[in-house]
Design a protein. Structure first.
Lengths: 316, 278, 521
């Protein structure tokens, strides 16, 4: 098991290096000049070519691509991700500020989704009948509801109509814990709805499949109660694809909270990434992508290890 | 077989099947069905409520929403089905090969290709594709197809790992069945249930992602109607003229629901392991 | 000239004193009854929802409206704008114009920057010289290029002589990027955050917001009622409006047009709109049909301006059939009706140009700004109607800039403001290097000469005559085809007093009036 984990970590490092190289190349292929963008904000005024050239020089964009790549790589390996083109903030600092916010949001959303989704899906599979049909409809709606629409509806209801929660924004935990929590509730729910539906559907389908396995009938004929068989064996064995779904889902959520962050003006990692791409803020894009890749690889390794724990057949 | 199929078709699923059939009809016959030109603007009659001269009302440029829904169905299905097909073929193949052969094949398929794809934040893949190739249907199908492939690959991979040492696979090997038969004839049918469920989920995700990308301005190029871009545009009129959002939104939900139900029907109808259904 | 300019200045300065006295009384009243701060914010603190996070402030460079907003708070130039948008002295206590090419600025006594260092006539000289140097990327060149010499006569007096009369000179000095800054800020690398404005930056929290505190060294500090401005960034238009409507903030900039009614109808909230930037179609004139002025004129006649206005701005704006002259009384009736909506005329012009059956073209817009996209859709339909088959190209904003600057389009829709309201802002559309928001490859020295004549004019008649000539040439050569002006709105709670949305292009400089704004809870 230890060698297995070590090997996975080795592969993970290689993976991150590959991602890092790909993102660097992709960014420099994309049209759009960061220097020009910095000087042209859209509502009037346009810089002279000389001024643009000067900014390019200042940002190091006049260097040959290979030099830039080398600087980026050696910086990244020593933990120096450079500075934002836009506000001069150190990229590692920007990520350090925003990553915990997104993790907090994703963590809470995942918690809600798992706590709601797994029992719901299992119950639907076990009970069947009208409960299953209602579940099917509700989870379909849950999956089908665009997160920005659901988020806006939440704002419309809880902030504008009822005045219970602030419409959006962010406050540090240290400044005002109450408000911090208030500001987290709606984005987390908006994010959790689709995820919970996906988990419920996956759980339902996995449990259904397990229920029809021969060994379930064998266990029943051995005199185990339906309840025991379900709790101890069926549910546990059904969790394999569910864990995959949750693992992939968390990874996906990490990079795709952007819509929620936009609706609720929540300054997380995804909106940083999207804004940085829009502004061609190369150091920030590269830094965020690397961070998410590292996170993903770590989660991945954990999920693979969990596989081994839940399904001994995988263990080698 | 026939009885199983009949059994799988509950009235709800039958309705869903009919709905999907109608969607496919619309795909072909949009110009015949639409009451008006989906692009023709009538700003004087903008944001008209449903009822009146326009059955489902008009949008912010005074375009007939029903006609845009009908033409939008075309674009929507093309993108959703196209992306799902691409990702299913690509992902299943990767997972099947990686899980079955193991070793270097597994490293290349599951570690290099799939994990690199997954390690990129999904939004950046699409963002880069759109900024590189320009927004449009083709870009969306390609980018989303690649984006969704890892999910299929990992599910297929996990399933192959679980079943490849079971008796029936060993038996096939013992009887001397060629590798191709073992892969696609023996293993694939036995792991297809979660993949089929994933197809319906992927179609749903594709439709959703298309609307999210439109909200970020990365969807289809206007004035081409797509449901996603209609929802995204309608979002701006949520409090004043909700029908601009609700009409395409309802179709998005209905379609995802229908594909989900059809997926369920397929699962219980075709899966050899599923002997009864609920 | 001497009399007209100085008297205009004095006239403008007079009502301001009265207003300031009123503000002072208001602030005293406030102090008397202050202390009742509820959960909705501290007394004397304005919570502001800003539409974008400002980029690192670079001295002299125009970096967009969010950045300009911050500049209006932490910086001041020799000139500034009052609550009616009239030009008034800022750091200068008075301005004398003994002859049309000489300006004598007398500074307020004892000015300091927010880092505590004194602000002297030498700082004024150095700052202006920095802005007048084209290498420094300043957008004030058009206004400052005529400077012959700048002399610091004493610690508090500066004399600027121009090579030729320039009736926009003082207005350029009121642009936020023309602020007087310490010598240490006069380079591209030092963030331009030390100023002599009413507020200073206390804390910056990247991605979230910034806190500004009252700067006691400001020349008018006694009249500044706000102790603190708490800025939070709300890039999404709906989220910004929601924050105001739900009471999370007291004030927001840039209300998006579909939110005008909702925000305006909310009890306790005021919406202040002013006609601001103008939208237009620009052309690539290097080859193809749009090299022909007749075809460009046809486009100008084909545009249904009312439709475009409704489609993109819910009719919050005005159709624009000519060029914006900012209600300059001397130019009344000039340049405002160069083209009308007349598709038949457009077809005739196309036929005359040799395109009776039309042709096809690409129209560059952007997916990032919905209003530009909706404007493009409306224009597309209008051009289709006269036989020009238009395909839309909608990359993101960065892609739009690059394609615009490289001339990778046939037609493009744009929105723009003049840096100044003086019609000299039009000069950059007919002269100088290509950029993303002017017709690619277009130059017209005749129009440029007439516009410059207008700038040099020292009396209203000569000025009007010069611009009339320029606008006549505009009508037939069509450097761009105007569409509309859009209303630009700020919105605030009823508790906020004294803020004013400045008219016209100056709407983006309305932050100046926060120096005289108070909040009562």
């Amino acid at each position: 098991m230890t060698t297995y984990v070590l090997r996975r970590i080795g592969v993970g490092v290689g993976l991150v290096l590959l991602v890092l190289t790909l993102i660097f190349l992709a960014l420099h292929l994309v049209p759009g000049d960061p220097a020009m963008l910095l000087l042209s904000q859209g509502d009037g005024g346009s810089a002279t070519p000389d001024a643009v050239a000067r900014v390019r020089e200042q940002l190091g964009l006049d260097q040959p691509l290979l030099t830039q790549y080398w600087q980026f790589l050696s910086g990244a390996l020593t933990g120096d991700l450079g500075e934002s083109f836009r506000n001069g903030q150190a990229v590692s600092e920007a990520i350090g500020e925003r990553l915990p916010r997104t993790l907090e949001l994703v963590g809470l959303a995942t918690l809600i989704a798992v706590v709601v989704g797994v029992p719901w899906g299992a119950l639907a599979a076990r009970k069947g009948g009208w409960f299953d049909s209602v579940t099917s409809v509700l989870t379909s709606i849950g999956v089908a509801l665009p997160v920005f629409v659901f988020g806006s509806l939440l704002v419309l209801l809880f902030s504008l109509e009822l005045g219970l929660l602030p419409a959006g924004g962010f406050t540090e935990w240290g400044d005002d814990p109450g408000r911090h929590a208030q500001l987290l509730i709606m984005p987390a729910i908006a994010l959790a709805v689709g995820f919970a539906s996906t988990i419920a559907r996956m759980t339902r389908s996995a449990v259904l499949e397990m229920l029809h396995q021969d060994w379930v009938r064998t266990a029943r004929s051995l005199g185990l109660s339906r309840r025991t068989v379900f709790r101890k064996y069926v549910l546990r064995n059904s969790l394999n694809p569910v864990v995959t779904t949750v693992g992939i889902g968390v990874g996906t959520l990490l990079g795709s909270t952007v819509l929620v962050e936009k609706v609720f003006s929540y300054p997380g990692l995804s909106s940083l990434l999207v804004d940085a791409v829009t502004a061609r803020d190369y150091p920030v894009v590269q830094g965020v992508v690397i961070t998410i890749a590292v996170l993903f690889v770590s989660i991945n390794i954990i999920v693979d290890v969990l596989y081994g724990v839940l399904d001994p057949r995988v263990r080698r | 077989m026939r009885r199983r199929l009949a059994h799988a078709l509950t009235p709800l699923r039958l309705a869903a099947l009919v709905y999907v059939g109608l969607m496919l009809l619309v795909l072909v016959a949009a110009p015949l069905l639409a009451p008006a030109d989906p692009l023709s603007q009538d700003v004087a009659d903008r944001l008209a409520s449903p009822g009146g001269a326009h059955v489902l009302g008009t949008d912010e440029l005074g375009r007939d929403i029903l006609s845009r829904i009908i033409y939008g169905a075309r674009v929507e299905l093309l993108i959703a089905l196209g992306a799902t097909l691409v990702s299913m073929l690509l992902g299943t193949l990767l997972g099947l090969l990686g899980g079955y052969f193991g070793g270097i094949v597994e490293v290349i398929t599951m570690r290099v290709v799939v994990d690199v794809l997954l390690a990129f934040p999904p939004i950046i893949l699409v963002l880069l594709a759109v900024t590189l190739r320009g927004p449009g249907t083709g870009t969306l199908i390609a980018a989303m197809g690649v984006l969704f492939a890892p999910t299929f690959a990992r599910i297929a991979y996990g399933q192959v790992i679980s079943v490849k040492r079971l008796e029936f696979v060993e038996a096939a090997t013992a009887f001397g069945a060629p590798t191709r038969t073992r892969l696609f004839g023996v293993i694939l049918p036995n792991i297809s249930a979660p993949l089929i469920v994933q197809v319906s989920l992927t179609i749903a995700t594709a439709i959703l992602l298309e609307s999210g990308l439109s909200y970020l301005g990365l969807g289809v190029v206007p004035p081409t109607p797509s449901w996603g871009s209609m929802v995204a545009q309608g979002q701006r009129y949520l409090s004043s003229d909700p029908h601009v959002l609700l009409v395409p939104g309802a179709f998005v939900v209905l379609t995802i629901l229908a594909f989900g139900l059809v997926g369920d029907a397929l699962r219980s109808g075709l899966d050899p392991k599923s002997r009864s259904n609920r | 000239m001497r009399t007209s300019l100085t008297s205009r200045l004095r006239a403008a300065a007079r009502p301001r004193t009265a207003a300031l006295t009123a503000a002072a009384v208001a602030s005293m009243t406030l102090a008397a009854c202050g202390g009742g701060s509820g959960s909705s914010g501290e007394a004397g603190t304005l919570r502001f929802g800003l539409s974008a996070e400002p980029v690192t402030l670079t001295t002299g460079v125009w970096q967009g409206s969010a950045t300009n907003f911050v500049l209006t708070l932490i910086h001041r130039g020799l000139m500034t704008l009052d609550e009616d948008g009239e030009l008034v002295p800022g750091l200068a206590a008075s301005v004398d114009t003994p002859d049309p090419t000489t300006y004598v600025f007398t500074l307020h006594e004892g000015l300091t920057f927010s880092d505590g260092s004194p602000l002297t006539a030498t700082n004024v000289k150095n700052s202006l010289e920095y802005y007048a140097n084209p290498d420094n990327g300043s957008t004030l060149i058009a206004g400052l290029q005529d400077i012959a010499s700048i002399t610091a006569d004493s610690d508090t007096q500066v004399t600027v002589t121009l090579e030729a009369p320039n009736n926009a000179f003082l207005e350029f000095l009121a642009v936020p990027t023309a602020a007087i800054v310490p010598d240490a800020s006069l380079n591209a690398d030092t963030p331009n955050i030390v100023g002599a404005g009413p507020f200073e930056i206390e804390e910056q929290n990247e991605g979230v917001g910034m806190t500004l505190a009252k700067f006691d060294g400001f020349y008018d500090a006694d009249d500044v009622a706000l102790d603190e401005i708490d800025v939070a960034y709300y890039p999404d238009g709906d989220a910004r409006a929601n924050a105001l409507v739900s009471g999370d903030v007291d004030m927001i900039d840039y209300v998006t047009w579909e939110n005008f009614d909702r925000v305006g109808d909310t009890d306790g909230v005021e919406l202040a709109a002013q006609p601001g930037p103008f939208q237009y179609v620009q052309f690539n004139v290097t080859d193809g049909p749009f090299a022909d002025p007749l075809v460009r004129e046809a486009v100008a006649y084909a545009i249904n301006r009312d439709n475009a206005l409704t489609a993109a701005f819910q009719s919050n704006g005005q159709p624009l059939e000519g060029v914006v002259t900012s209600n300059d009384p001397a130019l009344e009736g000039l340049g405002d009706e160069l083209w009308t909506y007349d598709p038949d005329r457009a077809k005739e012009l196309l036929a005359e140009a040799g395109y009776p059956d039309g042709f096809s073209a690409t129209l560059l817009a952007t997916s990032q700004y919905t209003f530009l996209q909706d404007t493009a859709l409306s224009v597309q339909q209008d051009l289709q109607a006269v036989g020009i088959d238009v395909t839309l190209d909608a990359p993101d904003w960065s892609g739009r800039l690059e394609k615009g600057a490289a001339g990778d389009y046939d037609l493009a829709v744009s929105g723009d403001v003049g840096i100044v309201t003086n019609p000299i802002y039009l000069l950059s559309f007919v002269q100088g290097p290509d950029n993303f928001n002017r017709s690619f490859g277009y130059a017209n020295e005749e129009i440029a000469a007439s516009l410059t004549d207008g700038l040099r004019a020292t009396d209203d008649e000569t000025r009007a005559a010069a611009y009339e000539e320029a606008f006549d040439l505009f009508a037939t050569d069509v450097p761009f085809a105007s569409i509309d002006t859009r209303d630009q709105a700020w919105a605030y709670s009823d508790d906020v007093e004294g803020f004013s949305n400045l008219p016209g292009f100056h709407t983006f400089f309305s932050g100046y009036t926060l120096a005289n704004t108070s909040i009562e809870r």
